[in-house]
Write a protein that binds this ligand. Structure first.
Ligand code: NAD
Ligand code: MG
Length: 385
């Protein structure tokens, strides 16, 4: 029995993880769960999973959380520090399923005490990869990727001899607009953007999948997770989302991980690692899938992928600026303040305006993130007017 903490327990990834916990009694003892503001959802999850501690980021939701857990014996906390407290409690495995850079402080708290991290929260690695990696080296923390592409790479990567790897090829569904022209993209709605053809996910990552920024963030995530050069990273569109990613070796062999597109497979892999456990995911039926297609991404129609590639190449704080601007732009698109094509424009303008430089600490990341958010917000105002 291992102890498990889930940061972001009420979201898409968090609730699929709790589904696996419920299906495998005796495998994980839940230590702590966190959420942003959904007190009722968090309380229900804490009671159902037998958690010892429940933390809510939004302090205004604390009374509702306390009321909902009255008499349960489950401790509660609120505010950003309570999220870090959840991460510091002795969960052997910490699943980071918060969306956005808000997940960084609790993720770092778990890394610093040497926990095993199942990382879904890709924005954390994008905005502070070197800081997280340095902390992990110091504490001996283990970082296991949950993102399906990185989980696939992790499964077929030669961790002992990375010099044998010639290329990491991340697959990308292409999102709901993969055949749209720029003119058609100008008028898409939030509902259209959230209708992902293959995966059912939270709103932010669904929008990121529609702009291809998700793949850009994943390139940077791969750069932080796997010891290969930027020139060895590649992206290929694969609409069926059956091949979850590939590793090409120096001899020309290409190893891939395949499976039905169900996040419970990579979540279970990371949470049970180094074991493999049964999941309720549909078995892959290749005869039913019929054909697997692959083609190159179009960086003209989807400039977010190019912006991310450039930010990764620039290094330092550029990925943090990219990520912060994207979070602001996506939130503004979801709120109806700006259009779909404003997202890449806001990110590009923010990258052009905010100077980038080296980042070596959490405080420096927080400062750059804040500066980029202010600039991106001004861009939103200018475009919304
Ligand atoms: P979601 O929106 O469904 O859930 C997000 C969770 O984070 C919720 O529990 C929410 O309460 C919490 N949260 C949101 N804002 C917060 C804040 N400011 N402070 C503290 N907590 C906050 O998101 P999701 O789709 O589950 O994605 C979570 C992460 O996993 C993202 O980084 C995403 O990119 C990554 N990811 C998701 C999927 C997927 O299939 N959903 C796949 C791969 C990677
Ligand atoms: Mg992914």
């Amino acid at each position: 029995m291992k102890t498990l903490t889930i940061l972001g327990a009420t979201g898409s990834v968090g609730s699929q993880a709790l589904d696996l916990v419920a299906r495998n009694p005796g495998r994980w003892q839940v230590e702590a769960l966190t959420a942003n503001s959904d007190a009722a959802g968090l309380a229900a999850a804490a009671r159902a999973s037998g958690a010892k501690f429940a933390a809510i980021a939004d302090t205004a939701a604390w009374p509702a959380l306390r009321d909902a857990l009255a008499g349960s014996g489950i401790e509660t906390g609120a505010g950003p520090e309570a999220l870090c407290e959840a991460a510091r409690r002795p969960g052997e495995i910490v699943l980071t399923a918060i969306v956005g850079a808000a997940g960084l402080p609790p993720t770092l708290a778990a890394v610093e005490r040497g926990a095993t991290l199942a990382i879904a929260n890709k924005e954390t690695l994008v905005c502070a990869g070197p800081v997280v990696n340095a902390a992990a080296r110091k504490s001996g923390a283990t970082l296991l990727p949950v993102d399906s592409e990185h989980n696939a790479v992790f499964q077929v990567f030669d961790h002992d001899r990375p010099e044998r790897v010639a290329k990491i090829i991340l697959t990308c569904s292409g999102g709901p607009f993969r055949n749209h022209s720029r003119a058609e993209l100008a008028n898409v709605s939030v509902a259209d953007a959230c209708k992902h053809p293959v995966w059912s996910m939270g709103a932010k990552i669904s929008i990121d999948s529609a702009t291809l920024m998700n793949k850009g963030l994943e390139l940077i995530e791969a750069h932080q997770l796997f010891p290969v050069g930027i020139d060895k990273l590649d992206v290929i569109i694969h609409p069926q989302s059956v091949v979850h990613s590939m590793v090409e070796y120096v001899d020309g062999s290409v190893l891939a991980q395949l499976g039905s597109p169900d996040m419970r497979i990579p979540i279970a892999y990371a949470m049970a690692w180094p074991e493999r456990i049964a999941t309720p995911a549909a078995r892959l039926d290749l005869a039913a899938v019929g054909k697997l297609e692959f083609y190159a991404p179009d960086l003209e129609r989807f400039p977010c992928l190019r912006l991310a590639w450039d930010a990764m190449t620039a290094g330092g704080s550029a990925p943090c600026i990219l990520n912060a601007a994207n979070e602001v732009a996506v939130a503004a698109f979801i709120a109806g303040q700006v259009g779909f094509l404003d997202i890449d424009a806001i990110v590009a303008a923010t990258l052009a305006k905010v100077p980038s430089g080296p980042v070596g600490s959490l405080d420096e990341v927080v400062a750059v993130d804040g500066a980029a958010r202010r600039t991106a917000t001004a861009q939103v105002m200018a475009r919304a007017a």
